[in-house]
Design a protein around this ligand. Structure first.
Ligand code: MF3
Ligand code: CO
Length: 248
């Protein structure tokens, strides 16, 4: 069941998202060769807590950390560890915050110093696919129009979309209906209505779409070992068009 949010509820989700967005800005500045993903997670958790929020991922189905930090071939749900970032790596940082009963969720992928042109293009295409999807996230269109927009653009650029993980509705729960896949057929799925709030999150692989889950039971990595990028925003559907709640 898709839960429609009031204006007031959307404001609350925006407040949660604001902590997420500011934490991501902070983390982006801290990304450098030599820092460990655990240190980044620490910064994320401290930032969220001192802002009055609760890290939404910690404890979610037993997930151990405040953030998901996925490096290079890791797609999503990278568990912060002693792994040191290196020059030329890419790092996806995914954060969720609970504040006053409502969740916010967003992710970015950041370059560690200088990355090669091929990797830069992967990041650009993934981020652009998110904004193209947001552009059509308006009343009258359908959920699969979002999905299809992402898939067409990503595959047109020669990359693949991940199938096993999808975007989602968000509000009083971190994951609500409807699922928002990054693949689909135009014109399918529920119609978008004002008051829906969606976390749209393309996960894009440089190579094939197949993935494996590591022995930790969480971390998804590409089967072919090639790199993957992830960008996510929490977006409200309004009568005046899409409103990106997780943007500063
Ligand atoms: N943004 C991801 C999602 O919505 C992150 C969830 S991490 C988890 O699925 F630890 F909470 F599962
Ligand atoms: Co999400």
């Amino acid at each position: 069941m898709i839960i429609i949010k009031s204006r007031k509820e959307i404001e609350k989700i925006k407040s949660s998202c604001n902590i997420v967005a500011r934490a991501l800005e902070e983390l982006k500045k801290m990304v450098c060769p030599g820092i460990t993903t655990r240190e980044l997670d620490r910064i994320a958790e401290d930032f969220i807590v001192k802002s009055g929020g609760i890290p939404a991922f910690k404890g979610y189905r037993g997930y151990p950390s405040a953030s998901c930090i996925s490096v290079n071939e890791e797609i999503v749900h990278g568990i912060p560890s002693g792994r040191c970032l290196k020059d030329g790596d890419i790092v996806s940082i995914d954060l969720g915050v609970l504040l006053d009963g409502y969740y916010g969720d967003a992710a970015i992928t950041v370059a560690v110093n200088k990355i090669d042109n091929e990797t830069r293009k992967l990041l650009e295409v993934t981020e652009k696919s998110l904004y193209k999807a947001i552009d059509i996230a308006m009343t009258g269109n359908r959920v699969a129009d979002i999905s299809c927009t992402i898939q067409d653009y990503v595959e047109g650029a020669g990359y693949s979309v991940v199938r096993e993980f999808v975007g989602h509705g968000i509000g009083r729960s971190l994951h609500e209906d409807p699922p928002v896949p990054n693949f689909g057929e135009r014109g399918k799925g529920p119609r978008l209505k004002a008051g829906m709030v969606l976390a749209i999150e393309p996960m894009v692989n440089a190579g094939g779409s197949d993935l494996l889950i590591l022995d930790n039971g969480w971390t998804a990595v590409t089967k072919d070992g090639r790199r993957s990028a992830h960008f996510e925003h929490t977006v409200a559907i309004t009568e005046d068009g899409p409103l990106i709640l997780s943007m500063l």
